[in-house]
Structure formats: C-alpha cells, structure tokens
Design a protein around this ligand. Structure first.
Ligand SMILES: [Fe+2]
Ligand SMILES: [Fe+2]
Length: 151
C-alpha cells in the first residue's frame, strides 16, 4: 500500500502539488479535524487508483478499503469523485450538481465535508503537510484489522 502511494509522487497538470502530496495533505487535514483513524487512512488512500483507473479511481480506492472500514467510510471514498465535480464541472460546460442526487442519504453531509474541507482544499503547496512516515503506523493498524466485509 505504501509503495503504491509513493508511486503517486508525480505532478498533476495544473496543480502545484504532486498526487502524493495531495494525498498526504488530505489525510493531514482529516487528522487535524479529529476524523476517525480509518477516515484518516481513507483520506490518505482516496486517490490511490489514480494512475491505473483515472476515470473511476474512487471505486478502486473504495474496494481496497472495503474489508477494513465501515460502510460509511467506504461510501464516502467511493463517491468522492462524483461529489468533487461540483468544484470544476461547470468550467467544462457540464453538470456540477451530481451530488444532489444523494441528498438525504445517511452519509451525504460527511461526503460533502470530505470533499470540500479536505480533498478539494489539499492542493496548497504552502500547507504544513505531515510526512508519509507519520501515517505508516496508522495504515498498518487499519489493514491489520480482521477483514469483515469481503462477502
Ligand atoms: Fe480523487
Ligand atoms: Fe483527491
């Protein structure tokens, strides 16, 4: 998992931080907002599928996390891409409010928070982002859980 994460250390077109830096920053913001441990790990890994599944990377990350996290955390990661188009789809003449389809869903507000407060905010090259090594014990802890949602 950590090796794959390290492989995200490439620049993103138009952004000032690498995908790895973005992932670390998203997790740092989650941690500083007192998110649960599994949510911090989910924030760290939410873009882990970016290289091999750019169009549905949210689903890939959600599947990797699924056996080890709650349905709430899995759902937020799975939907983060769709919720995030609110921030840019209108620049391409596309519908930005796709997330409205989930209004009333149990995890709707949490997904908004994930995307708006942590994910979308985490392209700041001047933010005091934590280092990858600081998250490694937490990643180990979550992925050492008994997998319970495989089938
Ligand atoms: Fe993403
Ligand atoms: Fe992201």
């Amino acid at each position: 998992m950590i090796r794959v994460l390290k492989g995200l250390d490439y620049s993103l077109g138009g952004y000032k931080v690498s995908r790895l830096e973005h992932s670390l920053q998203t997790a740092t913001r989650a941690l500083r907002d007192n998110a649960s441990e599994e949510m911090i790990v989910a924030a760290l890994l939410h873009d882990i599928g970016d290289k091999i599944a750019p169009l549905n990377h949210s689903e890939l990350a959600a599947s990797v996390l699924k056996p080890f996290v709650s349905e709430k955390t899995r759902w937020i990661v799975e939907k983060h891409g769709l919720f995030q188009v609110y921030h840019y789809n209108h620049y391409y003449g596309k519908e930005r409010n796709l997330r409205n389809n989930y209004k009333g869903h149990d995890f709707y507000t949490d997904a908004i928070n994930f995307v708006d407060k942590w994910d979308q905010a985490s392209f700041d090259p001047n933010y005091d982002t934590m280092k990858l090594k600081e998250f490694i014990p937490l990643v180990g802890k979550i992925f050492s859980r008994d997998p319970y949602r495989v089938f």
